[in-house]
Design a protein around this ligand. Structure first.
Ligand SMILES: [Cu+2]
Length: 190
């Protein structure tokens, strides 16, 4: 949706600019000219400021950063990176085994990820869900993400971390929220 709105707005502005440019090439008659101050002030400063500010506010309202501040996580997942793989654990589901390189999530639930590393700096990223965050040894970085619908997607390490970096991807399986507890309790121990 964000992509659509931003692309459509850019296209509309581009068309507007092209129209004004064509108009200025064709118009030879005198008498209808805007004063330069008005032209520069309104079209050069006013219009871009208003348009960009509106789009910026719209994008910020949709962004993960904002969602993260306005929604409370309903699930916590610990993601631990190590050369060259990921271990996911589910502290809200006592007894559920960790999963290696496979992340299980419920659909429609805001999830807080506590991300860290045991060796070098990695980066936790599920492109379909948005933002990424560094996995830094000795620190826990938190990011909140939410999957809209059940299905499968990919995640990866987004920070070069050694010769096995390109193999450090993981699978994300998003389940229906109703069956999620059953999925976790049914996991095979890693
Ligand atoms: Cu890595």
């Amino acid at each position: 949706m964000l992509t659509l709105v931003l692309t459509a707005s850019s296209a509309a502005i581009l068309l507007g600019v092209m129209a004004v440019a064509l108009y200025s090439f064709r118009k030879k008659r005198r008498g209808h000219r805007l004063p330069e101050g008005v032209f520069v002030g309104a079209l050069g400063l006013g219009f871009p400021s208003v348009a960009l500010l509106a789009l910026l506010i719209y994008a910020l309202l949709l962004s993960d950063a904002w969602v993260g501040r306005t929604r409370t996580p309903e699930l916590t997942v610990d993601a631990v990176a190590a050369q060259w793989g990921w271990t996911f654990s589910y502290p809200d589901a006592p007894g559920a085994p960790d999963s290696e390189n496979v992340l299980h999530l419920p659909a429609g639930v805001p999830v807080a990820f506590r991300v860290t590393s045991t060796d070098v700096i990695h980066s936790f990223w599920i492109p379909r869900l948005g933002g990424k965050i560094d996995a830094v040894p000795g620190r826990i970085n938190t990011i909140m993400l939410e999957a809209d619908a059940a299905g499968a997607m990919g995640g990866l390490c987004a920070e070069f971390c050694g010769v096995g970096h390109s193999l450090m991807d993981f699978e994300v399986r998003v389940h229906e929220p109703d069956g999620f507890a059953a999925v976790l309790s049914g996991l095979e121990g890693a």
